[in-house]
Design a protein around this ligand. Structure first.
Ligand SMILES: [Zn+2]
Length: 267
């Protein structure tokens, strides 16, 4: 993929997420003491070199255990946003992940676009998944990552108020679901990750798992420290009000939404 096309996709994705979820990026917020508590996060303002690696769409019977082995070797804790259907098929993988210190978040039962569904259907998607996670781990999740990052502001509010979820998006997206190859996945993550980043990828693609040994080595070499998403949120610090919204360095601001159909988003 050319650089221009990648930038275009990134801009489209960013615009899509912002328009569908109206995620209150902390970078636009007032200091925390004066603002409403945040309920949605693309990244977190922190005082140290902390980041959260997140893996969506699993568990995969073939790939997730390999990733867990690697994370254990590095003593890295990650966050898995699991699909309920997959948890029901392989609860033992989710049980193992929790035993090894990882966090489990809700990623819906069947990966639909929640923004297009009735409240009752959304409720069913979330509850079924919650039940499967609770049955595998003994605890209910407190984080939701909507598939494709797609959720309306109204849904975001009621889901938070009714179920207590924090809505977790991302600020680093290697587009690994397009299977660009391990080297590209690795390089994209290394290029975009900064302190407080929430890194998105998927533990259902072989190239993503193949990319992780070098990715984790290099992130460690840059001094990053790995925490779960909930830990990262607990580290949140107020930030200067005038800090500009995060955009990839050296690139132009996001472009207007094109009139052509949007490509599928990540998540
Ligand atoms: Zn997903």
């Amino acid at each position: 993929m050319s650089g221009v096309r990648l930038l275009c996709l990134l801009a489209v994705c960013q615009t899509l997420v912002q328009t569908t979820i109206a995620a209150p990026s902390s970078r636009k917020n007032k200091p925390a003491a004066a603002a409403e508590p945040r309920i949605a996060f693309n990244s977190v303002h922190v005082d140290g070199p902390y980041i959260a690696m997140t893996f969506d769409d699993g568990p995969s019977v073939k790939l997730t255990p390999k990733l867990l082995d690697l994370l254990a070797t590095h003593h890295i804790k990650a966050t898995f946003f699991v699909i309920g259907e997959n948890v029901a098929e392989h609860p033992e993988i989710v049980t193992r992940a929790v035993h090894e210190g990882h966090e489990i978040g809700n990623h819906s039962w069947s990966h639909p676009n929640l923004a297009k569904m009735s409240d009752e259907s959304v409720r069913r998607e979330l509850r079924r998944t919650e039940d499967a996670i609770k049955s595998a781990t003994g605890a209910r999740p407190t984080l939701l990552r909507p598939p494709y990052g797609s959720l309306t502001a109204r849904q975001q509010r009621w889901i938070h108020d009714e179920v207590g979820y924090e809505i977790i998006l991302w600020d680093v997206d290697p587009y690994d679901w397009k299977r660009p190859g391990a080297a590209v996945v690795c390089n994209r993550i290394l290029k975009e990750t900064r302190a407080g980043s929430i890194v998105l990828s998927h533990d259902i693609h072989p190239g993503t798992i193949e990319a992780m040994p070098r990715t984790l080595d290099q992130l460690e070499a840059k001094g990053f420290k790995f925490v779960t998403v909930s830990e990262l949120i607990r580290m949140a610090r107020p930030e200067p009000g005038k800090e500009p919204a995060k955009v990839p360095t050296t690139t132009a601001p996001p472009q207007p939404v094109p009139t052509t159909p949007l490509p599928p988003s990540s998540g």
